[in-house]
Design a protein around this ligand. Sequence first.
Ligand SMILES: Cc1cc2nc3c(=O)[nH]c(=O)nc-3n(C[C@H](O)[C@H](O)[C@H](O)COP(=O)(O)O)c2cc1C
Ligand code: SF4
Length: 519
Amino acid sequence: MSGFRIYVPGDAAAVAVGADDVAAVIAAAAARSRTAVDIVRNGSRGLHWLEPMVEVATAQGRIAYGPVAVADAEAVFQAIAADGGAHRLRLGDPQEIPFLKSQRRLTFARCGIVDPRSLDDYRAHDGYKGLERALAMTAAAVVEQVAQSGLRGRGGAGFPTGIKWKTVADTAAGQKYIVCNADEGDSGTFADRMIMEGDPFVLIEGMTIAGIAVGATQGYIYIRSEYPHAVAVLTAAIAAARKAGMLGKAVAGSPYAFDLEIRLGAGAYVCGEETALLDSLEGKRGMVRAKPPLPAHKGLFGRPTVINNVLSLATVPVILDQGAAFYRDFGMGRSRGTMPIQLAGNIRYPGLYETAFGITLGQLVEGIGGGTASGRPVRAVQVGGPLGAYFPPALFDVPFDYEAFAKADGLIGHGGIVVFDDTVDMARQARFAMEFCGIESCGKCTPCRVGSTRGVEVIDRIIAGRDRPANTALLEDLCNTMKFGSLCALGGFTPYPVMSALTHFPEDFGAPPRLQAAE
Ligand SMILES: Cc1cc2nc3c(=O)[nH]c(=O)nc-3n(C[C@H](O)[C@H](O)[C@H](O)COP(=O)(O)O)c2cc1C
Ligand code: SF4
């Protein structure tokens, strides 16, 4: 029997449910049967309920099995050795699984498919084609492509990436920087981690293109220390890119220099805020800086700096490769392209779902996600991390679009959706939002530092039934003070989860239930 190439994800989500042990059992079974195997630790495809999802490359394409428990691994290997043969966990061609088949993967095109540590595999799957195109253009034309694509920052604020790059490009300085925000602090989000673990070269390529476009020669990737697998894969990928001349003094033999370093964050939510992140990168305590000056003018070490989220940067190569018009063609309104959406919490099919903007919340939660894992009715979903609003099913027709979400008093943020069933207590969730803000506040401004603690106290009084009308009015007043008086979005957006809980679920705060148009 000739050898097999077997894929066992080394992604943290798969490792958390036993992928390392599954890989070890398969390696041992192969050794015993003297079968040559090449076990690739790929990234996850993002079908998390099927992890560990083991795949084998056959002449007919990849065949998947999952979820493979350690106890099943030996039998699954026997099926694999029968060239992708029968087993009760056999899923067939992974691309045909409806959750994957209905996606439009542009940013995640290679994730789960390639060997994340192999530059050759990256190139074999259209890697570095975007850089090749960028090198054939002027720097200004690269910035223009990104602007024309309509790409908006995927870190949360949705700021147009092209405008940010143009500001840095137009600012004269001897040294400029590209900083990648890989702090990924939002609850229910894991897309940055998946890219770094499953397709790290796409981030390296995106940052290199950014450097060339704005005239920066040095980049930093700021990763949370809770992501050791991502750090390991990225470190290997950066070394491979450097060795191949894709990073360094002459990128791909061009006159451009660009190199990268990884820096670890120590785990403060506020260090995901771009100016606090820059302080942290400079070795200081992460405190939010007042703006202006913008980081684009005076950022890292006082130099012009592009700071972008992992997904924003990882989307740049496909834009350069396929062209701005191709990317801009997807989406709705001013939300162009695709969004990697993360389905989490109490949901039947959790995972990564990349699709064009415009899909509704209901399609995502009830359709793609299959409703709750508990089988109980969905009561609320929080979109956009801990600062995002809670939506009731009555608002499930809201499309995934920055402006539509803002109109519904919510935010898309980093695209995380956390689902709750009808056992959730929304007054407790509102309390949690204030408590989280109090714990994570950098302490620089009063509405956030003091307001969050007062907020917990007021909600406690409401929960205890003490003078509810007066305390509810006080809570609304406090939320307005935080919203309009805070220096950054930590204090400024905490009112979103609190006020949405109060507005849509008043019965949990001891008030009469709200009459929903749909009911
Ligand atoms: C409290 C707070 C936490 C944030 N955390 C993150 C984060 O973990 N990752 C991220 O990319 N952006 C985060 N942001 C947004 C960044 O400040 C910034 O908008 C982003 O890095 C810009 O990149 P983009 O334009 O590509 O989105 C956070 C913002 C705030 C206010
Ligand atoms: S809102 Fe909170 S986190 Fe932001 S600057 Fe003020 S105190 Fe710091």
